[in-house]
Design a protein around this ligand. Structure first.
Ligand SMILES: Cc1cc2nc3c(=O)[nH]c(=O)nc-3n(C[C@H](O)[C@H](O)[C@H](O)COP(=O)(O)OP(=O)(O)OC[C@H]3O[C@@H](n4cnc5c(N)ncnc54)[C@H](O)[C@@H]3O)c2cc1C
Length: 411
């Protein structure tokens, strides 16, 4: 049975909704209700490969991701950790890229994130499988790592439940009452809940819920693919750092004795909010090996054993992208009591811990703990309601994801 009243209703039982609920409970709020239309942790969180990188486009967002890592180090389910600080390497295959890494190293130092510029040989010690062809150097962030996102989300749910948060699976939000532009109640498949505060953390579905009260959340689902190899003898007994080779548009992490490889192709594929299927596994589409081939072969240039590696599985997941590549976080200025945390642009696992903390503090105290002006829901003005603007922006963000940045900005 769902309650008839709540202090806050959170829509979405993925890692973002779980983290917001966990942090609100930590700040002493009670009567917190999380609604999930399917099983808990069954959306995009269920299949993310879970690279966690902390360097972002500005100091506030980097601090937010550092908060995630500090939290993730503490989370367990039945003693099993969900975060492995294996470190990350970002390699430079050109002088321009190395200059960018130098700027990023300075930036990391300014925000208090440990990071080291390495020469090619030192970089190879962190990832011995890598070929050093054309490598000028690398940026190494020791506290970056890999997550098992389902464990992190489960652990946040368990902790939140212990603090009294009620999670309701298989309850779908169907409508929202907001007379006089103020949240009053949520209509669900199991009944009505009165509340003055609604937080939409519904991943790729978020714009559909926002529309129920006339708010535009400018994000679109995009198809993002990765593969996992069969166990590789080359990895036996090794623990390697995550690897990003932005000049080749690819990233990689180790999972046991296998590698997970993904990347940002220049010809990305949009999906549509309206086309999200109503079935189990709605955030997974058919894997397209021919589309992925450009990334697999680029990664094999950097990690030669991948040229012949057997692939155990390929995943085509749906993930939200915004027109400028930044999250959508905070309150609506159009409808009082409406909040959102979505548009994670393929770093929602990295961000969710800090996002939950910042949003909970903002809801409870009226101020976030970091400057979140870059993620304001209304930053696009009236263009937020223009599907062409959203799609074109999201494709540009995805297709240029690893392009050189003039400032210290990182993707
Ligand atoms: C292929 C791929 C690779 C990725 N790699 C990484 C990575 O390496 N590192 C990283 O940090 N991030 C990565 N991401 C991104 C990350 O997975 C997402 O940003 C994150 O999982 C989003 O979590 P969420 O809780 O916002 O959404 P979800 O996990 O999708 O949760 C939203 C939930 O809302 C529910 N919901 C929707 N509508 C309703 C409704 N009307 N009523 C009730 N419930 C509703 C859904 O059922 C869903 O369970 C990747 C994503 C993909 C697809």
């Amino acid at each position: 049975m769902i309650p008839t009243q709540a202090r806050v209703v959170i829509v979405g039982g993925g890692i973002a909704g779980a983290s917001i609920a966990y942090h609100l409970a930590k700040l002493g709020w009670r009567d917190i209700v999380v609604l999930e239309q399917a099983e808990l942790v069954s959306g995009t969180t269920s299949h993310a490969p879970g690279l966690v990188g902390q360097l972002r486009s500005n100091a506030s967002l980097t601090k937010l991701l550092m908060d995630s890592v500090a939290l993730y180090r503490t989370l367990r389910v039945n003693g099993e950790a969900g975060y492995f600080p294996v470190g990350s390497l970002r390699v430079a295959s050109s002088k321009e890229r190395f200059a960018e890494l130098e700027r990023q190293a300075e930036f990391a130092q300014r925000v208090g994130l440990e990071a080291h510029l390495l020469g090619p040989a030192e970089a190879a010690q962190q990832c011995p499988l890598m070929s050093l062809d054309g490598v000028e150097g690398a940026l190494f962030v020791p506290s970056d790592g890999s997550a098992t996102a389902t464990i992190l989300a489960r652990s946040l749910i368990d902790e939140a439940q212990r603090s009294g948060v009620s999670f309701h699976a298989h309850v779908r939000v169907r409508a929202i009452e907001a007379p006089n532009a103020r949240i009053r109640a949520v209509e669900t498949t199991e009944g009505r809940i009165e509340t003055e505060t609604l937080v939409v953390a519904a991943g790729i579905w978020s714009p559909l819920i926002a529309r129920m009260v006339g708010v535009s959340l400018p994000l679109t689902p995009m198809q993002h693919q990765y593969v996992m190899t069969a166990p590789l003898p080359e990895l036996s007994g090794l623990t390697i750092a995550n690897l990003r080779d932005p000049d080749k548009l690819v990233y990689l992490r180790q999972r046991d004795e296998a590698l997970v490889i993904g990347g940002y192709e220049r010809n990305p594929r949009l999906f549509s909010v309206e086309a999200i299927p109503d079935r189990s596994d709605p955030t997974v589409q058919t894997f397209d090996a021919s589309h992925f081939e450009q990334l697999r072969s680029a990664m094999a240039e950097r990690v030669p054993c991948l040229a012949t590696a057997e692939l155990a599985k390929g995943v085509n997941g749906l993930e939200s992208f915004t027109p400028d590549g930044e999250y959508l976080l905070g309150p609506s200025h159009e409808v009082r009591g409406f909040w959102a945390a979505c548009g994670f642009c393929a770093h929602g696992i990295s961000g969710a811990g800090g996002v939950g903390k910042a949003l909970a503090e903002w809801i409870v105290t009226g101020q976030p703990n970091v400057d979140l002006s870059a993620t304001a829901l209304d930053r696009f003005g009236t263009q937020a309601a223009d599907p062409r603007f959203i799609d074109q922006g999201a494709c540009r963000v995805y297709g240029t994801y690893y392009d050189l940045r003039r400032a210290e900005a990182v993707r």
